[in-house]
Design a protein around this ligand. Sequence first.
Ligand code: IPE
Length: 253
Amino acid sequence: MPEQILVKLGGSVITDKRGDCTVDRKALDSIATVLGASNFAGAVVHGAGSCGHPEANRYGIARGVEPSTRIGIPVTHESVVSLNREVVASLRREGLAAVGIHPLSTCTTEDGRIASFEEEPLRLLLGLGCVPVLHGDVVMDRVRGACIVSGDQLVAHLAPRLGFARVGLVTDVPGVIGPDGEVVPRLSRANAGDLVIGASGTTDVTGGMGGKVAELLGLADAGVRSHVLAADRITDFLAGRPCGGTEVVPEGA
Ligand code: IPE
């Protein structure tokens, strides 16, 4: 089996975060072309951007859902599923056997953290050379009724369990930016404390770059390295070449 890679596409990379569910088709298609040309083997996770964050925010879903706000569950889910369909279609046009997997149907959380995830279909799809395409989603939560699970939390949960060789998080910034305004090339728990990481400039119910770093440090604790990189360096990342950005590594690595 070829080396399996896990790629997360930030919502701000593939949507215009200023609009209401505005897919950036040009950006999406150019990433799909690069993935197709690399004969990509692995899974894709994407964020929501303007397809899900505004709805999640409107109904306060990250804090939980009660009967009075339950309509927020289908409204938010449908918005991010509409983006997922576009991502899948774009990858399919490039010859990849992409198939949408929706966390609302496969995942349960406990107070905001993934408590169970049905992994077997993913393992079997990957074994056949299909490309599962997951996304940040509204999911049912044992404590809060429902909540938002970010694409980054999905990456942190699935990467150690499915044994991806490499993990890349494609964002609209060049990497994690340090206090001097420069990209931090290597991040572990040892130097993460020095960073004050800004929140996203647009509606983001899952914590922007700070939330992402927290998830990736958790992933590093499980022994898995990951890379935060800019969209224009994805070809280098897929080829295993230096790709700039920030590598998040286990402490002492
Ligand atoms: C958020 O997922 C999911 C919803 C709000 C439905 P992410 O947190 O992974 O999305 P981005 O990458 O920040 O847009």
